[in-house]
Ligand binder design. Structure first.
Ligand SMILES: [Zn+2]
Ligand SMILES: [Zn+2]
Length: 443
């Protein structure tokens, strides 16, 4: 659990920033001048320009950006041109890797054949290439050193979400991004309404999980955006985790487990089952009287020899009572989270910023990224992901055995071993992927 000064993690996240008190950040940003278009028009530098110069700048600003955008969109919307750009990009990468000595022979041949294609390319492709070649800006090219920064894509690079997902009830206050208000020329800066100042910060956090087979290696799991006016519990509840998604046990009158079900839901289970968050040696517990995870952690640390004992203190406020505003956070510093018994996550602050008019107005915390789940395949057919774990069926070679629903149906009624002492066959549904996409589709 000691996440400080671990070199493996350091190379993973980069050096941590200084401590940033969120409330102080907001207070300081309030004193920053909020520039409007009017401020620029009344600026001495602009007034010094001649009428022609002003018109030229205006034309460059208004036409220039939309022209660049239109040129790029035209190229990417044309399948012949976009295919050419992809090929040219791949060829450039292969050439760089070839220079770095890591390219394979087959790849080199592919590169050679792709360059020979250029002579009989359609005229529109040739026109685009000539245009690209004519660009005098050379810093975009790949040098041989670029190979040091290249790797193949990982599963965590992909996003299972097609759109930003709303995972809570938090809303931006109506004046949060209203600082670019209209001020008329006869109004002086002092007459501006002072209420229109940033009152909330947006904090982007990434969740990392340990890789089961290399415990020191972490992999990105999901990314969220919370408002600084929300609590740590609001954030914790937004984290998609199989441990919070386990089926409930069904017990008979004698207390024996007879099955598992998802019926009845598990709303608020994260809080019920216990959770703690360790931020810069201050531990925030779930606030359950007597069984608070923070108390349990402190008790556990007492077992360590005094010189090895980390100086952890318990926060007087629980996760549900601690608002991000009151925290002092460091960017790029992994914070440790433990919940649901022994489920660990590492939380890294990526960004602390003011809100922007383009931000979604409600639904915070937002889920920005979820790494696609790699499901175990059915042991019987090895074709589709397993959805059931079967315990104690004599026909299956192992217990538990993961199977898909059609395979289990086709096997007919369960068959237990002849041993009377053995339990009945139990069918446990695997954690449902409740990570519902914004359009309602379950994956
Ligand atoms: Zn978890
Ligand atoms: Zn199957």
């Amino acid at each position: 659990m000691n996440v400080d000064l671990n070199r493996a993690y350091d190379s993973f996240f980069g050096p941590p920033s200084d401590r940033i008190p969120i409330r102080e950040f907001l207070d300081k940003s309030r004193s920053l001048p909020t520039l409007s278009a009017q401020d620029i028009l009344s600026h001495a530098g602009w007034r010094r320009l001649s009428e022609d110069e002003r018109r030229a700048i205006e034309a460059e600003c208004s036409g220039g950006v939309s022209e660049v955008k239109a040129t790029i969109e035209d190229a990417w919307n044309n399948p012949i041109l976009s295919a050419h750009l992809y090929r040219a990009h791949d060829a450039a990468l292969v050439a760089v890797q070839g220079q770095a000595g890591s390219a394979q022979r087959g790849r080199k041949r592919k590169h050679a054949s792709s360059t020979s294609e250029e002579s009989d390319a359609p005229p529109e492709v040739r026109a685009l290439q000539e245009k690209l070649d004519a660009i005098s800006l050379r810093c975009w090219g790949f040098s041989s050193e670029s190979a040091l920064f290249m790797r193949t894509s990982k599963n965590s690079d992909f996003n299972a979400l097609r759109a930003i997902q709303k995972s809570g009830q938090g809303s931006l206050p109506p004046n949060a991004y209203d600082s670019h208000h209209v001020s008329t020329p006869d109004q002086g800066p002092s007459s501006r309404p002072t209420a229109q100042v940033p009152t909330v910060a947006l904090i982007t956090l990434t969740i990392y999980n340990r890789v089961p087979w290399v415990q020191s290696y972490l992999v990105r799991h999901s990314q969220h955006a919370v408002l600084s006016s929300q609590t740590l519990l609001d954030f914790v509840r937004a984290i998609p985790c199989d441990s919070s998604d386990m089926p409930a046990e069904q017990v008979d009158e004698e207390g024996n487990v007879i099955g598992y079900t998802y019926e009845g839901g598990n709303e608020g289970q994260a809080a019920e089952e216990g959770c703690l968050l360790l931020i810069d040696d201050v531990v925030y517990g779930d606030g359950r009287p007597g069984v608070d995870y923070a108390d349990k952690l402190l008790l556990h640390l007492q077992h360590l020899p005094e010189e090895k004992r980390p100086k952890v203190t318990k926060s007087p406020t629980s996760l549900g009572e601690t608002v991000f505003d009151t925290l002092t956070l460091r960017v790029n510093q992994p914070y440790w989270m433990l919940h649901q018994g022994n489920c660990e996550h590492f939380i890294v602050v990526d960004q602390i910023r003011l809100s922007h008019p383009a931000d979604l107005p409600s639904g915070y915390p937002l889920t920005l990224h979820v790494t696609p789940t790699l499901s175990e395949l059915c042991r019987a057919c090895s074709k589709v992901p397993a959805v059931l774990a079967i315990l104690g069926d004599i026909r299956l070679g192992e217990s538990p055995c993961l199977v898909c629903a059609p395979c289990w149906r086709n096997m007919g009624p369960p068959r237990k071993t002849d041993d009377e002492d053995e339990d009945e066959v139990t069918v446990v549904p695997l954690p449902r992927k409740k990570r519902v996409l914004t359009d309602g589709e379950v994956w």
